[in-house]
Design a protein around this ligand. Structure first.
Ligand SMILES: Nc1ncnc2c1ncn2[C@@H]1O[C@H](COP(=O)(O)OP(=O)(O)OP(=O)(O)O)[C@@H](O)[C@H]1O
Length: 358
């Protein structure tokens, strides 16, 4: 395997329930990654379709079609790209969109690929436009034009490439220009994992990490993992520490719950920041509507932090809604914090949404 850069989607935000990889994740993830499609937990449809694509290519003795994987960070895009390479018994080269700022960067990578090699391009939506255009031709015709010289004297020298499989990964498939999207033979959207699937991810990782875990213990961690294997594995490591220091090392449901209480991750996977946002919305603003700026001031955070770090999960969980008049809590938010909505439905608000809504 050949790493051109570290494949992370966004900078790690330092939260235990953040989906981007942090330093510790990167160190242990290699050991926890499933090595084959059979070992890869969940995503049944994607797995079945990919299995067909790869088997058919193998039977024809051909290089597999280009594959586009979309989905949130930590759902297994990098893992799947490595599985594609190992199922095709091909080497893999890993790079990312932000690492390819010039077409020349891409030309250098492409021209050094071996026949059949898998090129994993993480955050493909963040590649520069000239590199993207070079990629079109490389994907379709296995050829690139290398421009030599500048201005009127510049000439394009065609360079033949060996057939390769591009595996592109993106958190934002909608941001990809259609000509790029259309050049992938197979596109898979990865969904968040259900609790039973996460339980299997956790039990599997526990075995690899030599941690004794009861089924209830894995279930307790799964429910707090926000549908994301990376978070499940991270929570498992923190629970393991607690079980080792405070108990006999065995992860039971009680131990998992006690450990995650210490780390302020609640039964639904909300952390301190998520709960602070919800509490402010409910207790200070009667459930909203309230403008984002006001809400951010109330919790002592930047607007962007509330909007980009806390809100997406609260919205996904159906606890908060973004409306034209401002942020509004749902009945589920009142129930989750054990509070009673004010008479009249709980979203009457303070009227501040009108002043500050965004
Ligand atoms: N289906 C799965 N079964 C078991 N473990 C998984 C699965 N999906 C992901 N994991 C584990 O979760 C961790 C994160 O996965 P991975 O790095 O592949 O995610 P990603 O989608 O590429 O994230 P990013 O977008 O941040 O690069 C890895 O340790 C991997 O082992």
């Amino acid at each position: 395997m050949n790493w051109d850069s570290t494949p992370t989607d966004t900078a790690a935000d330092g939260r235990l329930v953040g989906a981007a990889a942090d330093g510790e994740d990167q160190a242990v993830e290699a050991a926890l990654r499933p090595k084959s499609l059979a070992e890869f937990v969940g995503q049944e449809r994607v797995r079945e379709q990919l299995d067909l694509v790869l088997k058919a290519a193998r039977q024809r003795g051909a290089t597999a079609d280009h594959v586009l994987l979309s989905g949130a960070p930590g759902l297994g895009k990098t893992t799947l790209s490595m599985i594609i390479a190992s199922e095709m018994e091909a080497p893999i080269r890993i790079t990312s969109g932000p690492a390819i700022q010039h077409a020349g960067d891409l030309a250098a990578i492409l021209s050094s690929l071996q026949e059949g090699e898998v090129l994993f391009l993480d955050e493909i939506h963040r590649m520069s436009r000239p590199a993207e255009e070079m990629l079109y031709m490389a994907m379709e015709d296995f050829r690139v034009d290398v421009i030599v010289g500048k201005g009127p004297g510049a000439t394009a020298i065609p360079l033949e490439l060996p057939p390769f499989t591009l595996v592109g990964a993106t958190t934002r498939a909608g941001l990809l220009p259609p000509p790029l999207r259309d050049r992938f033979g197979f596109t898979a959207h990865m969904e968040f994992y259900g609790p039973a699937e996460l339980e299997r991810v956790i039990s599997r990782s526990a075995e690899l990490l030599d941690v004794t875990i009861e089924a209830d213990g894995a279930g307790e961690i799964a429910g707090r993992s926000r549908g994301t294997p990376r978070i499940a594995n991270r929570l498992l490591r923190r629970v393991r520490d607690y079980a080792q220091v405070k108990a006999d090392g065995i992860v039971t449901r009680e131990i998992a719950a006690a450990a995650l209480k210490v780390y302020e991750v609640d039964g639904r996977g909300l952390d301190r920041l998520d709960r602070a946002v919800l509490e402010a919305l409910l207790k200070l603003f009667g459930g909203g509507p309230v403008g984002l700026s006001t809400l951010a001031v109330a919790v002592g955070e930047e607007r962007e932090t509330v909007e980009e770090v806390a809100e997406p999960f609260l919205v996904r969980e159906g606890l908060l809604a973004r409306t034209p008049r401002g942020r509004v809590a749902t009945p589920a938010a009142w129930a989750h914090l054990g509070l009673t909505p004010p008479q009249g439905g709980g979203t009457g608000g303070t009227g501040q949404g009108d002043l500050f809504s965004t």
